[in-house]
Design a protein around this ligand. Structure first.
Ligand SMILES: NC(=O)c1ccc[n+]([C@@H]2O[C@H](COP(=O)([O-])OP(=O)(O)OC[C@H]3O[C@@H](n4cnc5c(N)ncnc54)[C@H](OP(=O)(O)O)[C@@H]3O)[C@@H](O)[C@H]2O)c1
Length: 239
């Protein structure tokens, strides 16, 4: 039977690429994001009956409760995130810091609290799309970086608390998406210019982490649970 995979933030970027790749492999996808896009609508036409597009806010309990309680949930790819506003600890408005944590961390916890009973039943997989920004000190994007460090740690906790589930955190690389473009357009004056230039001149395409997500969802065993992996980790390449 086709596995059912929930992907958040599928309207563009990495989420859209992963959605296309797993649909091509025969999966059924539930896609949650605030807006639909031409790319997502095109996939809906290409794979009739296989893609359920749900417009909703991942932070909103009502919006996520319906999908968390879907008939069957074999894997969830929690990919939706925000990285704005930029700013240093000294300058960033506290509500901006909170807004990033609401989407990138608290919404993930809220979703897992709703979905864990389903995922235990299917011995499901949870892929948390994290970031290498959470491993290092980078000026100007500290709120985003702290939220991703928290997400990576959440994955370790999930793996030890939920032995029936395989939980993996992924750094998808520096990927050519709307989020990464913000480093160019908004990073000026916040980030170290040399680092911002290095990041924005070394993009990979979204289908690279899209394929990695597919491989983790379909092939990674329970022995991968609790791991935090970069997209080009040998453990992924060997799958
Ligand atoms: N791009 C990179 O270089 C990079 C590097 C490291 C990690 N990542 C991680 O990779 C993941 C995907 O990023 P991306 O680069 O593909 O970003 P993106 O192009 O900005 O896409 C973000 C997605 O999240 C959705 N989203 C944001 N807030 C939401 C909310 N409150 N509720 C529902 N959906 C929401 C957006 O859809 P709507 O706006 O329609 O809601 C969109 O589909 C993120 O977790 C990001 O932190 C990216």
């Amino acid at each position: 039977m086709s596995p059912t995979i929930l992907i958040t933030g599928a309207s563009r970027g990495i989420g859209l690429a992963a959605t296309e790749i797993v649909l091509a492999d025969g999966a059924k996808v539930i896609a949650l994001q605030r807006t639909s896009t031409a790319g997502l609508e095109a996939l809906s036409r290409k794979y009739p009956g296989s893609l359920q597009i749900v417009k909703g806010n991942f932070t909103n309990a009502e919006d996520v409760s319906a999908i968390a309680l879907a008939d069957s949930l074999d894997a969830v790819v929690l990919n939706a995130a925000v990285n704005l506003p930029f700013g240093t600890i000294a300058t960033i408005p506290l509500h901006g810091y909170r807004g990033i944590f609401e989407v990138n961390v608290f919404a993930v916890v809220q979703f897992l609290q709703l979905a864990l009973p389903k995922l235990r039943k299917t011995k499901g997989k949870v892929i948390l799309v994290s970031s290498g920004a959470g491993e290092i000190g980078v000026k100007g994007i500290g709120a985003y970086a702290a939220s991703k460090a928290a997400l990576t740690q959440l994955n370790r906790t999930l793996a030890v608390e939920e032995p029936e589930i395989t939980a993996i955190a992924l750094h998808p690389g520096i990927v050519k998406t709307v989020m990464a473009e913000a480093v160019k357009t908004e990073g000026h004056g916040h980030m170290d210019p040399a680092l911002a230039k290095e990041w924005t001149s070394n993009y990979i395409e979204p289908d690279v982490p899209g394929l990695v997500i597919r491989n983790l969802v379909f092939k990674a065993g329970r022995d991968y649970s609790g791991k935090y992996l970069h997209y080009n980790d040998p453990l992924i390449e060997s799958l």
